[in-house]
Design a protein around this ligand. Structure first.
Ligand code: 5RP
Length: 218
């Protein structure tokens, strides 16, 4: 199976976690996009969605699936999204698609985070995938210097402006031995909007697409 076929398999397998008459949090990226295709087949059974990016919002609307503002709902039953890396504690690196801040907000109001990944994303230690950090533009150089002090090599993601009007620094060469500690440290740097480490609140369930089928990690 190709990587995209594995992503499609997990995207569709997440459907079984969607309850009738619920609001569904929807992530961003190619795996989440397969989930949206699947969700469209049961769109009449759900109340609506809250989306984590303009791209996902557009795709949801193209299917006629209602998209609500995050401020209109108190909580979501589930949030379904991909990841760039996930470890066995279900802590993740996210933000490869630059949607990390909205993804963290939508996942914060969800009772359950269902992470959908192909098997190449499962790692023992996070950090091989460069860690995305969303930064207020005027703080870019300062934040880069602070990230360097933490042992990483921040690279400015050229030409990318997030849905919130900010920029992304991708931090290379990190071996993330203590994900919660690093998440807290980076989030406390002035000018950082969000770090793409989802460690303090990770996923509740990971659906992993493997050549032998979809595996569930809890
Ligand atoms: C976007 C994300 C995505 O979930 C992550 O990049 C995985 O993407 P894909 O499903 O395309 O591999 O965090 O900001």
């Amino acid at each position: 199976m190709t990587q995209d076929e594995l992503k499609k398999a997990v995207g569709w397998s997440a459907l079984k976690f969607i309850k009738p008459d619920s609001y569904v949090g929807v992530g961003t990226g190619s795996t989440a996009s397969h989930f949206i295709d699947a969700l469209a087949t049961i769109k009449d059974q759900i109340k609506g969605t809250v989306s984590s990016s303009e791209a996902s919002t557009q795709k949801l609307k193209s299917y006629g699936i209602p998209v609500l503002d995050c401020n209109q709902v108190d909580s979501l039953d589930v949030y379904v999204d991909g990841a760039d890396e996930i470890n066995h504690h279900l802590q993740m690196i996210k933000g490869g698609g630059a949607a990390l801040t909205r993804e963290k907000i939508v996942s914060a109001i969800a009772k359950q985070f269902i992470c959908i990944v192909d098997e190449s994303k499962v790692v023992d230690v996070l950090g091989s995938f460069p860690l995305p950090v969303e930064v207020i533009p005027m703080a870019r150089s300062y934040v880069a210097r602070e990230l360097f002090k933490l042992g990483g090599k921040p690279i400015y993601r050229q030409g990318v402006v997030t849905d919130n009007g900010n920029v992304i620094l991708d931090v290379h060469d990190l071996i993330i031995a203590k994900p919660m500690e690093l998440e807290n440290k980076i989030n406390s740097i002035a000018g950082v909007v969000t770090v793409g480490l989802f460690a303090n609140k990770g996923a509740d369930i990971a659906l992993v697409g493997c050549s032998t089928g979809v595996k569930e990690l809890r």
